[in-house]
Every structure is written in structure tokens, then in C-alpha cells.
Design a protein around this ligand. Structure first.
Ligand code: SF4
Length: 478
């Protein structure tokens, strides 16, 4: 990568002049506060600027200082992040804020080694904080920056390789004009966002067009060279939307995910894994799927009558693609259930673990027994025998463990610091530490809390996007 000195000087000079003329007025650019820069950089990972702006403003309003963030309940932080996705970013940000309070008295250190040691801060974020907040000549190289450099300097190396990223960081560091790190790095990001875009780069209005080797070689559309990442693996889920009756009328059953792993501690509708989602398109009948769910619900202490297949939903995480089929159920209403429902709404009720194990857990609490419910049209004891896993453990709804997801998680991508921080931490322990596990599933991991919620409760509980969409649609209809 022997680039001529003139080309480098031309690039840096023209880029800075263009940035002075063209930079966008973004809320985090009105400050040099390292905390604001840090929050904005974490939010901007894999998320568009337009989407981030209102989130950033709400977040800073709610947590104006690092100490406010460090001391806030995690639930509040996740709620503020709800809809942005990649929730481990929010959890890591809060964990790192606590580290800053403990180690540095609540002040972001002006020192790259200390900043890099904070949770969730990869090389890109560390470079962005050091350069933008402290004007230190540190490169901040992400996918956008690698695209611009690949094109301008006609670099044909695969940007997914760690070695290429290292070379790009060295090149980016060389390009920083003395004393201008903050503006230069932002200018480079801005060019990638506004002009040298992934598709259809706008070379005719580009400030460095005259010496862009990629454009002169007609290679701007095919650069950067980027080997394909592994596609997310498909997973299929049968989801129960259980509507309360009697004292619980107007409420829906939700549960909280475990403390570790994908979407840790967020709320969701109960669901179980399947080999495929049924429905007309798949050529599979809905009946057996509803039966399995009914048995599992009974096992969790919530006897319920199957209603209908209601909707399908999909969501893609960095390494998994969820295909969901949502079924409506009507909870069996009994005095016992109403009483426990009241408790549930005062706090969180435990799932079947506290109600006793086994398919008839509900009966132990004075609820309608599952076998009794079967005669009223729910799944039969025969069906319970057909689905022993579901009937045998209230933990069926226990969510996936970190270990299960790690098994399929991609390697950290070169040049994508956020990708590595968005997966569960390697080696994170399963909440149960053992048990009989189906694929992506731990039957012994039942620490789930269940709650009956109203639409208003959604304002204080944090849900992943896909369940937010389902619940919003449901509450809009009823
Ligand atoms: S001339 Fe085109 S390819 Fe080159 S840096 Fe500018 S926009 Fe990108």
C-alpha cells in the first residue's frame, strides 16, 4: 500500500475543506463531551443517523451524565433503547459507565488504553472517542471508512480480513493532518455516509474525485472487496399470545428472558422451538403446533384454550433469523388464576417452577386442571403424552442460553467492532449450567418470570422489536 504523498495530502486537504462546507448539524456534534460522543458512536453502530437522532436526544435527556447512566436501573436503560436493536450495546454501555465511575471517578479517561479497556468499546469506538472528544490522532476505521479508503487508494484486499483492517488503520492514521483529528475522522465518516455510499457512489460531487484511483480505474462500484459473511441460521418458533379472562381480561401473558444470552432480561411472548413454522405456505397444519403450545402452557401453570393461528413475524439478528408463527390462546379463568394474576401484576410471578413441576402444575394452585381443560377443548392428556418435553417441565418456555447461541454465533468481523460486541460474551454461563437441552434450548433453565400485562405496562417494560410489533398490533385491535 505505497500511496503517493501528494495523493494523501490532496485527500486530507480536500476532505477537510469539504467537511467544513457540508457537515450535517447532528446533536452530538454540538458538544465535545466524551460521554455524548461515546453514546452516539455506540448507537450509530449498524443503525442509520436519522433513526439514532431521537434516541440519542431521549437517552441524554434521561441519563445526562455517566453517573446517571451508571446508577439507573437496567430496565430503564433497555426501555430507552427499545426499538434500536442489538441490545447488548445498551447493556455494555451501562456496564462501561459503571467502570468509568469506579475506575475513573465518572470522567472518561483521555487515554486510549483505558478507554479500550471499557466494556463494549472496540478499536473503532476507542478511536472515535479519542479523536472526536480529545482530538488525539487515532484512526477510527469502520466499514464506511474502509469503503472510502479502498476506493480512493484502489485497495483490492478483502476488508473482512484482520490484516486489511490493520493496514487501513495505519493508512487512516497517516492521513490525519496535525491537530485536526476530530474533524478529519468525522469528515471521513461523513464522506462515506453522504457521497461515497455503498451503492451508487456520487463521484461527480465528490471532493476527492480528481485523484480517486478507484474511480479512475472504473472500479468504484465493485470496491471494497468483501467476502461474504455466513448467512444467519434460520430458527422457527411457535409463539403463544395468551389472553387473560375474568379478573385478567384485557391482559396478555409475557415472560422475561434469562439473565444471559440473546436479548437477556427483555420481555417477550412465551414461545417454543419448532422444526418449521406451520401454515398454508409451509404445507404444515396448525393444529399440532397449537397442541404443543397448549401442553407447554399447562406445564408453565397457565392452562389455556387454543384459539387461532393469528400472524407470522420474522426478525433477523446478527447470526440468527427467527421465523415466528403466533397463536392466540384464551387462558382458563379460575379463582386461583385471578389471585395469582393480581400478584403477577404487583410484581412478577414465577413460571411453573414455583407452581410445581409437571403438566398439571396449574391444578396445584387450584386452577382448572389441564386434563379438565382438555375436555373443554384444549389439548388432551394424550397430547400431553405425545409431547413429553412440553408436559414434563414448566421450563419449556425457558429462553435460549448464551452458550446455545454462542455455538452458532459468527466470528467477530474484521472492521466491524460492533458485530463482536453485539453477540453474547464468549463463555457466558448458562443460567442453569446443565439440564437436558434441545437445540438452542435449555429445559432446566427455568428462571423465567411471567406477568399479565396491559398495553400501559408496555411503557415500562422493554421488549425486543419483533415482540413489540406483535403486541402493538394486538393491543391496537382489541
Ligand atoms: S470519487 Fe467516487 S469512489 Fe472515489 S472517493 Fe469519491 S465517491 Fe468514492
Amino acid at each position: 500500500m505505497q500511496e503517493s504523498r501528494e495523493n494523501k495530502i490532496f485527500f486530507s486537504t480536500e476532505l477537510l475543506e469539504w467537511y467544513e462546507r457540508s457537515k450535517r448539524d447532528l446533536p452530538w456534534r454540538r458538544h465535545r463531551d466524551p460521554y455524548y460522543i461515546w453514546v452516539s458512536e455506540i448507537m450509530l453502530q449498524q443503525t442509520r443517523v436519522d433513526t439514532v437522532i431521537p434516541y440519542f436526544q431521549r437517552f441524554i435527556e434521561r441519563f445526562p451524565t455517566i453517573r446517571d447512566l451508571a446508577e439507573a436501573p437496567e430496565e430503564d436503560v433497555l426501555k430507552c433503547w427499545e426499538g434500536l436493536g442489538y441490545y447488548s450495546r445498551a447493556r455494555n454501555l451501562q456496564a462501561a459507565a459503571r467502570q468509568v465511575v469506579e475506575r475513573h471517578g465518572g470522567v472518561v479517561p483521555d487515554n486510549k488504553a483505558d478507554v479500550s479497556a471499557l466494556k463494549g468499546v472496540g478499536p473503532y469506538t476507542a478511536g472515535a472517542i479519542m479523536s472526536i472528544a480529545f482530538n488525539r490522532p487515532e484512526p477510527a476505521v469502520d466499514g464506511n471508512v474502509m469503503r472510502v479508503l479502498s476506493r480512493y487508494f484502489l485497495i483490492e484486499e478483502d476488508i473482512m480480513k484482520t490484516g486489511t483492517r490493520t493496514l487501513m488503520e495505519e493508512l487512516a492514521a497517516e492521513l490525519i493532518p496535525e491537530g485536526r483529528a476530530a474533524d478529519f475522522n468525522q469528515a471521513l465518516m461523513e464522506l462515506g455516509a453522504l457521497v461515497c455510499t455503498r451503492k451508487s457512489p456520487q463521484c461527480l460531487i465528490c471532493p476527492v474525485m480528481a485523484r480517486c484511483a478507484g474511480r479512475l480505474a472504473g472500479a468504484e462500484e465493485r470496491l471494497p472487496v468483501k467476502s461474504k459473511a455466513k448467512p444467519p441460521r434460520p430458527e422457527y418458533r411457535l409463539v403463544a399470545l395468551v389472553e387473560g379472562g375474568g379478573a385478567l381480561a384485557g391482559r396478555v401473558l409475557v415472560r422475561r428472558r434469562p439473565d444471559t444470552g440473546l436479548l437477556a432480561r427483555m420481555w417477550e411472548l412465551p414461545h417454543i422451538p419448532a422444526d418449521a413454522v406451520p401454515g398454508e405456505g409451509a404445507g404444515l397444519p396448525d393444529g399440532p403446533a397449537m397442541d404443543r403450545l397448549a401442553v407447554a402452557l399447562a406445564g408453565a401453570g397457565v392452562p389455556a384454550r387454543p384459539g387461532e393461528a393469528w400472524m407470522n413475524a420474522e426478525h433477523t439478528f446478527s447470526h440468527i433469523h427467527w421465523n415466528l408463527r403466533v397463536f392466540r390462546f384464551a387462558a382458563e379463568t379460575t379463582a386461583g388464576q385471578a389471585a395469582s394474576g393480581g400478584a403477577a401484576n404487583g410484581g412478577a410471578m414465577k413460571g411453573g417452577a414455583e407452581n410445581g413441576a409437571g403438566g398439571n402444575a396449574g391444578a396445584a394452585n387450584g386452577r382448572t386442571s389441564y386434563a379438565g381443560a382438555a375436555s373443554a377443548g384444549t389439548a388432551s392428556t394424550y397430547q400431553a403424552a405425545q409431547y413429553p418435553a412440553e408436559a414434563g417441565s414448566a421450563a419449556l418456555f425457558a429462553a435460549e442460553t448464551a452458550a446455545a447461541y454462542e455455538a452458532g454465533a459468527p466470528l467477530a468481523l474484521a472492521g466491524a467492532a460492533s458485530a463482536s460486541s453485539d453477540t453474547a460474551a464468549p463463555g457466558a454461563a448458562s443460567p442453569s449450567g446443565g439440564g437436558t437441552r434441545q437445540e438452542g434450548f435449555d429445559l432446566a433453565a427455568d428462571s423465567a418470570e411471567y406477568r399479565w400485562i396491559t398495553r400501559e405496562d408496555m411503557e415500562s417494560l422493554a421488549f425486543p422489536n419483533v415482540f413489540l410489533r406483535i403486541l402493538n398490533r394486538y393491543f391496537k385491535q382489541v
